[in-house]
Design a protein around this ligand. Sequence first.
Ligand code: NAI
Ligand code: MG
Length: 491
Amino acid sequence: MKQKNSKGEALKFSGKWDLAPAPESTDHIEIKKEYQLFINGKFYKPSSGKYFPSINPANEKHLSMIAEANEKDVDRAVKAARKAFDGTWSKISAKERGKYIYRIARLIQEKARELAVIESLDGGKPIREARDIDVPIAAAHFFYYAGWTDKLKYAFPNQSPKAVGVAGQVIPWNFPLMMAAWKIAPALATGNTVVLKPAETTSLTALKLAEIIQEADLPPGVVNIVTGAGATGAAIVNHSDVDKIAFTGSTGVGKVIMKAIAGTEKKSTMELGGKAANIIFEDAPLDQAVEGVINGIYFNQGHVCCAGSRLFIQESVYDVVLRKLKDRIQALVLGDPLDKNTDIGAINSKEQLATINKYLKIGQKEGADMFQLSCDIPKKGFWCPPTLFTNVSQSHAIAKEEIFGPVLAVQTFRTIDEVITKANNTPFGLSAGVWTDKGSKIFNLTSQMRAGVVWANTYNKFDPTSPFGGYKESGHGREGGLHGLLPYLNI
Ligand code: NAI
Ligand code: MG
């Protein structure tokens, strides 16, 4: 049977099964022709009059025009946030604050389908992920932090926690709505006001969230959402009346921001890059482990800071694990992100695809062996088939540097000490995974791994109650859980 995408265009899928097309409908969503800046509870045109396009990376079709905020607009947003902090948000009771946050959570749930489809269209991720991960976790974060609002004095007894003030937040394109929720929910719960900037390729769900915030009737200025690229982000970071910066993105930009705020009173949390190790011991449930590895690196096209991009397999099971892994890769379905059968969607942007392709070349040049899902690649859009490198050594760039794409570097090990040394041999320290039948091995390893999150016999599991964040060049500060309240409080 010929596979078709939601527009009825023929689209060949890879994979072993002949799956009937199952595209999610786009009838029920609204994308405006043009989006404005959300400041002080209203939508305003940018003072420069400039707009930039947002496209669908799966077919390069135009979606909408997005306002570009300059320093003047950012200043207006910060002033609105300050006024709301002084005038309303810090004056109303904690219980009242909580009600607003619950309202946002419920509205996200109500509009879940629309948000999931827009997330998939604007960023290229499979609808299954947007529907089952991004949107529910975004709602869960608002629910969870709404609950903390009136319990801060129990969370930090005898420490009289106080809101920091105006939080400036800059987020990336890999989990647009979810990252906005991770940033906004704890800030509001602790009594801060917010100026947030989404990434320039994926502004749409943050702007939908602005509409939700308006609908939830939050006092004007409590949340302001300004769109634009790096210069807009820099204007937030450098604004003298912002009290705290929360950033998720590249280690390079993280360093620029840390330099910019050095010597100021600004607090900061940085959630930066990663090069996580996923470790399979010979006693692991191998089929489950292979599934976890696939999920760890190919999930969201590898656009995940905690992606398990380095795989370490114990030598005795190397052949069998590799065979299973390759078989599983061959069965992955790459294609229309809106199709519910799709496992692998589009790469987020042309630039990101160029970066990934550069690493594929480097990997081969350095002498590693490349294996890829063989499938038809859609003619339009930005695509990279799931890729696996073997014959990789510790010194290879593909084993050291963050690629942020569906590219796995496989290495082997004999002993637990060897794999711990190898796994820790990285400037990053965000996450890791371990697969074994033995609890003692898990505890031995997790206590020696220098990573903020270590998953055992699972991977990429997120929950609002558990803190997330890195060591070393992966950043500082934690998001999620009780720990996630701290960066927004003076204690
Ligand atoms: P980026 O770090 O440039 O972008 C992230 C956010 O920062 C965006 O909203 C961007 O507009 C903003 N930004 C850029 N320059 C800024 C500045 N000087 N001041 C303030 N804000 C600024 O990431 P990019 O270029 O989109 O991706 C490059 C690489 O970064 C990827 O290949 C990947 O390795 C890594 N990355 C890591 C992420 C993570 O979750 N840890 C997320 C996105 C990218
Ligand atoms: Mg886009």
